[in-house]
Design a protein around this ligand. Structure first.
Ligand SMILES: [Fe+2]
Length: 240
C-alpha cells in the first residue's frame, strides 16, 4: 500500500494534474487529501470536482471553510480575502455544501490527518517550530499524523524529546511518533516553486517527499485572466 498525501492545492489545477500524474508513475495505490482545495488560484471548481471524483479521504482546510461559509473575511489578509470572495462566487451551492461537510480530523489506516494541528484544529494554528509540534503531540494517539497549512514540508519526531529532522525520506521507527507536514501542491512557500506532496509506503514504513514541475505559466495566466491579484501569480514562481 502506497498512499499519496496531497493538499494545499489552492485551486491550481495544473499543479494538481501534475501531482496526480506523478503519483500514478510512483505506483500510488491510495490517496488522502489534506485540505485547502480552493482559495488563491483560478480553478476552484475544477480542483474541487477532481478531488470529489477521487472519493478519497479528504479533510477540511481553512480556505475550504472560508469559501463555503458566508461569514465576513475582514480579519484575513486582503489578498487572500479578495481571492476567497471571488472563489465563493465561482462555486455552486452543492460544491460549497460539500466543502462545508468535510471533517477537520480523521483517522485513515494507522495514521491521523488534520489540516493544521490536532490541538484546536478549528483554530488553524501554524506549526513552525518544535514547541508548536509539542502541542500537537499531546493530542496525537497514532504513530503518524500528517498535516499541511504552512505550505512548507517539515518533519517532527517525538521520542524522549521532540526534534525537527530534514523533510527528506523518513524511515518510521518503532517507539517514535511523527508529525509530518506534506507541503503544498498549488502554492509552495519553501522557496521551491515545484508542487510538493508525500508518499507513505506502509509496507516499507517509509515516507518520501516528491517535488513535481507543472505548467506554471498556464496557472499564472489563468490567475491574471480571472482578475485575481497579480501577486498571486508572481508568488507561484517565487515559491513564497
Ligand atoms: Fe493553505
Amino acid at each position: 500500500m502506497r498512499i499519496a498525501l496531497f493538499g494545499d492545492i489552492h485551486a491550481n489545477f495544473e499543479a494538481l494534474d501534475a501531482v496526480l500524474a506523478d503519483s500514478e508513475e510512483q505506483g500510488v495505490t491510495d490517496y488522502v487529501c489534506m485540505g485547502d482545495i480552493v482559495g488563491y488560484n483560478a480553478d476552484p471548481g475544477a480542483c474541487l470536482e477532481k478531488v470529489r471524483g477521487m472519493n478519497c479521504p479528504t479533510i477540511k482546510g481553512n480556505h475550504d471553510a472560508d469559501a463555503s461559509g458566508t461569514h465576513s473575511l475582514d480579519t484575513m489578509n486582503p489578498v487572500a480575502a479578495s481571492a476567497l470572495e471571488w472563489t465563493r462566487e465561482q462555486l455552486d451551492e452543492d460544491q460549497r455544501k460539500w466543502l462545508s461537510r468535510l471533517r477537520l480530523v480523521r483517522q485513515v489506516s494507522d495514521f491521523t490527518v488534520v489540516h493544521s494541528t490536532l490541538d484546536q484544529p478549528a483554530h488553524w494554528n501554524y506549526v513552525t517550530n518544535r514547541f508548536d509540534a509539542m502541542s500537537n503531540f499531546s493530542y496525537q494517539f497514532t504513530q503518524l499524523c500528517f498535516h499541511g497549512h504552512t505550505h512548507v514540508p517539515r518533519v517532527y519526531v517525538k521520542d524522549s524529546r521532540v526534534e525537527e529532522v530534514p523533510a527528506e525520506s523518513v524511515a518510521i521507527e518503532a517507539g517514535s511518533k511523527y508529525f509530518i507536514n506534506v507541503g503544498s501542491v498549488g502554492q509552495p512557500r519553501d522557496g521551491d516553486w515545484r508542487s510538493c506532496y508525500a508518499i507513505y509506503d506502509l509496507d516499507h514504513k517509509l515516507v518520501v517527499f516528491r517535488r513535481v514541475e507543472y505548467d506554471i505559466a498556464r496557472a499564472q495566466e489563468k490567475i491574471l485572466d480571472a482578475g485575481l491579484p497579480k501577486m498571486l501569480a508572481e508568488r507561484l514562481a517565487d515559491g513564497r
